[in-house]
Ligand binder design. Structure first.
Ligand SMILES: C[S@@+](CC[C@H](N)C(=O)[O-])C[C@H]1O[C@@H](n2cnc3c(N)ncnc32)[C@H](O)[C@@H]1O
Length: 227
C-alpha cells in the first residue's frame, strides 16, 4: 500500500524546503501556463488556493490575470511557505491573504464563497482519502458555476516520461520524504461525474516529467448539471 507523508511530515519538509520550491518551475511552469490559459481567471471574483507554497502562482495571477477587485485567499500548512507567500503578496495586501492551515482538508470557508479553487502540485502529495475529502470541500466552497483548477504530477506520457514516472514511483515507495511526498497520480480519476464536468484536461511533459492539468466546472449534485 502507498504511504504518503503525514501532514506533520509534509509541514516539516516544506518548512525546510521553503524558497527552493520555486526551482521546480522547470517542469511545473508549462503546466501552470496551460492552467492559466484555460481557467478564465480574467472573470474571477474570489479565488481560494490550497497549498500556495511561496505564493509564486498567486502573485502571477494577481499581477497578470485577475481583475483588480478579485479577492485571493491562500492557505498552506508550512510556516515558512506562509511567510514567503505573505511577502510576495504584499503588493495586493488589501485583497490577497495567505494563512497557515492545520493540514486538515476541512476548509474554514463558507459554502459557495469562491468561484475558483486552485491547487497546483499539492494533491499529488495527499493521501487518497485526503484528496477525496479536499475535493468534497472544493465543491462545497465553490459557488454555482465555479471552477476547479488543478495541476500536478501524473503518470508519464510517452516512453521517456513513462520511464521517469516509473522510477519516481519506485523511489517514492522507498523514500517518499526525499521527494517531498509527491508521486504521480491521475487527478481526473478523483472527479465524480455527478459533481464535476471536466472542461479541460491535458498532460504536459517537461524534462521527462509529466503533469496533468484539469479545469472542471462544479455541477449541482442533485441535478447533475452545471449550476
Ligand atoms: C510541492 S509544494 C507546491 C507549492 C505550490 N502550490 C506550487 O505549485 O509551487 C506543496 C505545498 O503544499 C503544502 N501542503 C502540503 N500538505 C498540505 C496540507 N495538508 N494542507 C495545506 N498545505 C499543504 C506544502 O507546505 C507546500 O507548500
Amino acid at each position: 500500500m502507498e504511504s504518503t507523508l503525514t501532514p506533520e511530515q509534509a509541514k516539516a519538509f516544506y518548512d525546510r524546503f521553503g524558497a527552493k520550491q520555486d526551482r521546480q518551475g522547470f517542469y511545473e511552469n508549462p503546466a501552470r501556463r496551460d492552467l492559466i490559459a484555460q481557467a478564465d481567471f480574467e472573470t474571477a471574483a474570489a479565488v481560494f488556493e490550497f497549498g500556495c507554497g511561496t505564493g509564486d502562482f498567486a502573485a502571477r495571477l494577481l499581477a497578470e490575470h485577475l481583475p483588480p477587485r478579485c479577492a485571493y485567499t491562500a492557505v498552506d500548512i508550512s510556516d515558512t511557505m506562509v511567510r514567503l507567500a505573505r511577502a510576495r503578496l504584499a503588493p495586493w495586501r488589501d485583497r490577497a491573504r495567505a494563512d497557515r492551515s492545520s493540514g486538515s482538508t476541512t476548509l474554514e470557508a463558507a459554502d459557495g464563497a469562491f468561484d475558483r479553487f486552485v491547487s497546483t502540485y499539492v494533491l499529488d502529495l495527499l493521501s487518497d482519502e485526503d484528496i477525496r475529502g479536499l475535493l468534497a470541500e472544493a465543491h462545497r466552497i465553490l459557488a454555482p458555476g465555479g471552477r476547479l483548477c488543478l495541476a500536478g504530477l501524473t503518470h508519464g506520457a510517452g516512453p521517456i516520461a513513462s520511464l521517469v514516472s516509473g522510477l519516481w514511483q519506485a523511489f517514492f515507495a522507498l523514500r517518499p520524504a526525499l521527494l517531498g511526498g509527491c508521486r504521480p497520480i491521475a487527478l481526473c480519476g478523483y472527479l465524480a461525474p455527478d459533481r464535476w464536468r471536466i472542461e479541460y484536461r491535458n498532460v504536459r511533459t517537461a524534462f521527462g516529467i509529466s503533469s496533468e492539468v484539469v479545469v472542471a466546472a462544479r455541477l449541482d449534485r442533485k441535478a447533475g448539471r452545471r449550476e
